[in-house]
Design a protein. Structure first.
Length: 170
C-alpha cells in the first residue's frame, strides 16, 4: 500500500476517521528536540517540519525508493512502519524516529535491540496529538509513542526533552 494512501485502520489497530495515513508531527515536538533535519522522507506539503528537503507523494516522490542522507526525521506511515524502519536501518544516516511504542512488533524489536539498534529511546509520557492531514478530523491516538535516536547529537536532543517522557534509555 502506498504511504499516505487509504488504510482500513489509520493507526494500525485503531479506526481512522479519514481512512488515511496522513498524521503530521505537531510543532511542539520539533521545538523540544531543537534540531534541524536534512530530510523528511515521509513529508507532506504544508506540514511544519524543520527539514531542508521533503520527499512527498504529491510531488511523485517515494521516500522508500529515493536515497537518504544526513540527519533524517522519520514519522512513517503507520500502516507500513516495518518497511520504513528497514530502510532506515539500511541507510547510512543519523535520525530521530517517531512511532507508536509497539515494542512487541518485529520492527520495534529490530529498533530496540540487535546490531542496528537505536542509540537511545524516549517513551513519551503523554500521547502525541498528531495533526490530521488529508482532510481528517482531529483525533487522539490509541497508543503511546516513542522517539528513537540514531547518532550522538540525536541522543542529546532526547536528553534535552526527557521531561516529556519516561527517561532516555540507551
Amino acid at each position: 500500500m502506498p504511504p499516505g494512501g487509504p488504510v482500513s485502520a489509520g493507526f494500525t489497530h485503531e479506526t481512522s476517521v479519514g481512512k488515511s495515513d496522513e498524521w503530521w508531527t505537531p510543532p511542539w515536538l520539533f521545538e523540544a528536540l531543537g534540531l534541524k533535519f536534512d530530510l523528511d522522507p515521509c513529508g507532506h506539503e504544508g506540514a511544519d517540519v524543520p527539514a531542508h528537503k521533503l520527499y512527498t507523494l504529491a510531488a511523485g516522490q517515494d521516500g522508500l525508493r529515493l536515497p537518504w542522507s544526513g540527519r533524517v526525521f522519520l514519522n512513517p506511515p503507520y500502516s507500513d512502519t516495518a518497511a520504513w524502519m528497514d530502510k532506515l536501518l539500511n541507510s547510512n544516516v543519523t535520525a530521530i524516529t517517531l512511532t507508536f511504542a509497539r515494542t512487541g512488533s518485529s520492527w520495534a524489536q529490530r529498533l530496540l535491540g540487535g546490531e542496528y539498534c537505536a542509540s537511545a529511546v524516549l517513551f513519551l509520557a503523554k500521547r502525541v496529538r498528531f495533526i490530521p492531514g488529508g482532510g481528517q478530523h482531529a483525533s487522539s491516538p490509541g497508543a503511546d509513542s516513542m522517539l528513537c535516536a540514531f547518532g550522538q547529537t540525536e541522543v542529546e536532543a532526547l536528553y534535552r526533552m526527557q521531561e516529556a517522557g519516561h527517561g532516555v534509555m540507551r
